[in-house]
Design a binder for this molecule. Structure first.
Ligand code: IPD
Length: 290
């Protein structure tokens, strides 16, 4: 039958609040963090405990739905067409370990491999971002007030990369082709040589791709680019951004139809015009790389 997306959103918010309580009461300085791939790819006991709690709650509430989570992910596990919950228990694990309060739980529901509900909660700043397909995206601030996204109305349309504030993330790799791509792109975005002398205003790395998508959705950043993230990092942010008028493209030049199983994403805020031009300029930057 028809899915009740409002009820699912309410369930995800409820579970996210419980996860937020766990994050706030954890002391990550004593958390036994371990390395996954290398010393900057961390997982803490709280990541695992939060995911276990989220999985237990959601599979009890919706036993017919599938579940895909960062910590329980098995290599080769694929997103199916069935309704699937996608969970990043702590996006921004390094921030969490260091006590930098830009950390979130990111929960989404996909149907036919597309996100239809997204919930991103930063418990440290008490900011809750939510969206349901076709119903808009919202931010609930710490004082309880609710605002439709984007919250910031830009007076000018986007005219290109020139003048954009760009979110880039570093991931955990520190060598290899992916590292080269990230460092080269950083240089190009920050220099006047990117496209026809265009130069972005600056770049920011918040440490949480999920929150970056929300900041772009809110209109506080213009663009997000990352050369290699995972479905759980961006799934909830994707629908939040789309419902705020933003656009998700693949960071593979020429690909306007990104899939949730790609690894390269580019997201751009809602703009009356110039949105696609900025995407094309960013692609040109990437192609100039080779
Ligand atoms: C990471 C963060 C980071 C991004 C990485 C992600 P995690 O998620 O979003 O900003 O650069 O690619 O894996 O590991 O903290 O959940």
């Amino acid at each position: 039958g028809e899915l009740n997306l409002n009820e699912i959103r309410d369930t995800l918010v409820h579970v996210a609040n419980a996860a937020g309580e766990m994050m706030l009461s954890a002391d990550p300085s004593v958390d036994t963090s371990e390395s996954k791939k290398n010393s900057s790819d961390r997982v803490t006991a709280t990541d695992k405990a939060v995911e276990a709690m989220v999985k237990a709650c959601l599979t009890t509430a919706y036993p017919d739905f599938e579940f895909l989570g960062e910590e329980s992910f098995k290599v080769g596990q694929k997103l199916s067409d069935s309704p699937t919950f996608v969970c990043d228990p702590i996006d921004g694990t390094l921030n969490f370990i260091h006590g930098f309060p830009n950390t979130a739980i990111s929960l989404a529901l996909t149907v036919a491999k597309k996100p239809v509900v997204g919930v991103v909660l930063n418990p440290f700043r008490q900011e809750l971002y939510t969206a349901i397909k076709g119903q808009g995206a919202f931010l609930r601030k710490p004082n309880g007030s609710v605002h439709r996204l984007p919250t910031r109305q830009h007076p000018d349309p986007l005219t290109g990369l020139n003048g954009c504030l760009v979110a880039v993330e570093w991931g955990s790799e520190r060598s290899g082709p992916n590292w080269d791509l990230r460092t080269d792109m950083t240089r190009k975005l920050m220099s006047a040589k990117s496209v026809g002398g265009a130069m972005c205003h600056s770049i920011r790395s918040s440490g949480s791709a999920a929150l970056d998508f929300c900041y772009v959705a809110a209109g506080q950043m213009d663009l997000f680019w990352e050369g290699g993230c995972w479905i759980w990092d961006i799934c909830a942010g994707w629908i939040i951004l789309e419902e705020a008028g933003g656009l998700v493209a693949s960071a593979n030049p020429g690909d306007w139809e990104p899939s949730l199983e790609g690894r390269l994403y580019l997201a751009i805020r809602g703009a009356p015009s110039g949105q696609k031009q900025v995407v094309e300029e960013l692609w040109q930057c990437m192609e100039g790389q080779k």
